[in-house]
Design a protein around this ligand. Structure first.
Ligand SMILES: Cc1cc2nc3c(=O)[nH]c(=O)nc-3n(C[C@H](O)[C@H](O)[C@H](O)COP(=O)(O)OP(=O)(O)OC[C@H]3O[C@@H](n4cnc5c(N)ncnc54)[C@H](O)[C@@H]3O)c2cc1C
Ligand code: FES
Ligand code: FES
Length: 487
């Protein structure tokens, strides 16, 4: 067994922290505000939506150190082991000069009530460090997960553009001291399994994937926590106990991204942000779609593995990965089994995952030549919103006819699911508007969607049917080629 350490170690702004009494469900936000008195970081929604709680988490990445925005309200404290947490208080001392991003917000009137402002400053700070003179699109992406109720975004966009005139990132403490901080974090890392608790609320951070398998053999009912963008809400909204919880988000063994001529394989701990460029390169039809999953903070924390393992009928990646023919590898002890993703979802809340199994990786075959791929998300808001309906389609055409079709939907049934009747209505016939209409009609035999506060059943069915018509129109050329790629 790996050696065990009974404290989490991390850097908070300029100081080192070692904590022994830490519960699995302690949030980073409560720790900052209640234990450390760092009240610049605000609590708005406590569910990852508003961004008022945005802080930076720096973690070692290859030979470097990567700072990312995260939602402290759903980030769980044990998960910052061996990380550098940076809050708004680190930007400017109480009596010191404002940071260029803060000064730009003042100069451009980017703040009114100020409640959202620390979170917005942290998001713009992260952007400014990497891209001091950003285009509007990059600013909007950086702010996808930050809501402001009073200022209006015009002054905030102006501040984002003006910050570079007030100071260059080279002079910034997080840029200047990056190597030293990385070395400090490396020195804290003893390669041990970490076990901490607050009363009965226990957290385990395995040393590596083999140790994870061993922990789950001992504690098969433990809650696996990757990015906690789903699990965090179980705590803050449903007051659910998650102990004992096994934190896997930082396991290097689960962070692999392998690209071959046949497929892309993502380790279960790979976040949306970490694989974003690979996904856009190998599956260009997913480039825009990927940026519609959550907001930047959620994509920095959330994993594709967690999205699949969670098994939500409205998770965004299952339909598009099913259309691509993806498979999931599950591990228990040293045993591994691969399951086609479309077979993984058995019923609402029930996946083909036995106690003690964990998702190790996802294999996504490269698109084949001659196959059209498309991915569509319908939600009430463009950004930071869950789908009402989601569609992932693969259409193989030969001599103007449909040779094969994979049409997968989310939001239409209790699980993400293919549409066999609609697929059958297409295969073998000419690909024309009548074929798309026939497939749309057949969808009514495939699905009986439900009404909820996201969408009515009638809306869901009409939207799904229209996605098939849209697929047809977009295969005929049009003004949205980025959505549809002919491999
Ligand atoms: C504000 C906000 C916006 C969101 N927007 C979207 C959206 O647009 N689209 C969307 O699809 N989702 C969205 N989500 C949901 C969530 O971000 C995703 O489902 C995410 O992919 C979950 O990944 P995670 O790593 O955070 O999982 P976690 O929350 O850590 O875990 C989720 C579930 O998976 C299990 N699990 C995680 N990893 C493994 C593993 N390796 N093996 C076995 N079980 C595992 C956990 O036990 C848990 O049951 C949003 C969430 C928030 C808070
Ligand atoms: S408090 Fe709203 S995202 Fe955290
Ligand atoms: S300034 Fe009031 S919420 Fe943004």
């Amino acid at each position: 067994m790996a050696k065990t350490r009974n404290e989490i170690r991390f850097l908070l702004n300029g100081s080192e922290k070692r904590l022994t009494e830490v519960g699995a469900s302690d949030t980073l936000l409560d720790f900052l505000r209640l234990d450390c008195g760092l009240r610049g970081t605000k609590e708005g929604c406590a569910e990852g939506d508003c961004g008022a709680c945005t802080v930076l988490v720096g973690r070692r990445h290859g030979a470097g150190l990567r700072y990312e925005t995260v939602n402290a309200c759903i980030r769980l404290l044990p998960s910052v082991d061996l990380c550098h947490v940076v809050t708004i208080e680190h930007l400017a001392g109480r009596d010191g000069p404002l940071h260029p991003v803060q000064q730009a917000m003042v100069d451009k009137h980017g703040s009114q009530c100020g409640f959202c402002t620390p979170g917005i400053v942290m998001s713009l700070y992260a952007l400014w460090m990497e891209t001091p003179r950003p285009e509007v699109g990059a600013i909007e992406t950086a702010l996808q997960g930050n809501l402001c109720r009073c200022t209006g975004y015009g002054p905030i966009l102006a501040a984002a553009k003006a910050a570079a005139d007030l100071g260059a990132p080279e002079a910034d403490v997080l840029v200047r001291e990056r190597e030293a901080v990385r070395a400090q974090l490396a020195a804290l890392d003893d390669g041990a399994r970490v076990e901490v608790a607050r009363g009965d609320d226990r957290a385990i951070l395995p040393a590596d994937a083999d140790d994870l398998a061993a922990v789950l053999a001992e504690e098969p009912k433990a809650t696996i926590v990757a990015g906690s963008t789903d699990v965090g809400l179980w705590i803050t909204k449903f007051m659910r106990a998650i102990s004992p919880a096994v934190f896997i988000g930082e396991l290097a063994d689960l962070k692999g991204i392998e690209v071959t001529d046949e497929a892309v394989t993502l380790g279960a701990g790979v976040t949306y942000s970490e694989c974003e460029s690979t996904i856009a390169e190998v599956f260009p039809h997913l480039a825009e779609f990927w940026g519609r999953i959550g907001g930047q903070q959620v994509r920095n924390m959330g994993t594709v593995g967690g999205n699949v393992a969670n098994g939500s009928p409205i998770g965004d990646t299952p339909p598009v990965l099913i259309a691509l023919g993806a498979e999931v590898t599950l591990r228990k002890g040293d045993e591994r089994r691969a399951v086609a993703l479309e077979d993984f979802f058995i019923a609402y809340g029930k996946q083909d995952r036995a106690l003690g199994d964990f998702v190790e990786s996802l294999r996504i075959p490269r698109p084949k030549p001659g196959v059209f791929h498309a991915a569509y998300k319908i939600s009430k808001r463009r950004d930071e919103d869950i789908s009402s309906v989601c569609g992932g389609f693969a259409l193989e055409l030969a001599d103007g006819k449909v040779a094969a079709a994979r049409l997968a939907f989310g939001g239409m049934a209790a699980t993400p699911k293919r549409a066999p009747k609609a697929e059958a209505a297409l295969v073998g016939r000419a690909w024309d508007a009548a074929a798309a209409d026939a497939a749309a009609a057949a969808l009514a035999e495939d699905f009986t969607p439900i009404s909820d506060w996201r969408a009515s059943k009638e809306y869901r069915m009409a939207a799904a049917q229209n996605l098939l018509r849209r697929l047809y129109l977009e295969t005929q050329g049009g003004d949205r080629p980025a959505r549809l790629v002919r491999a």
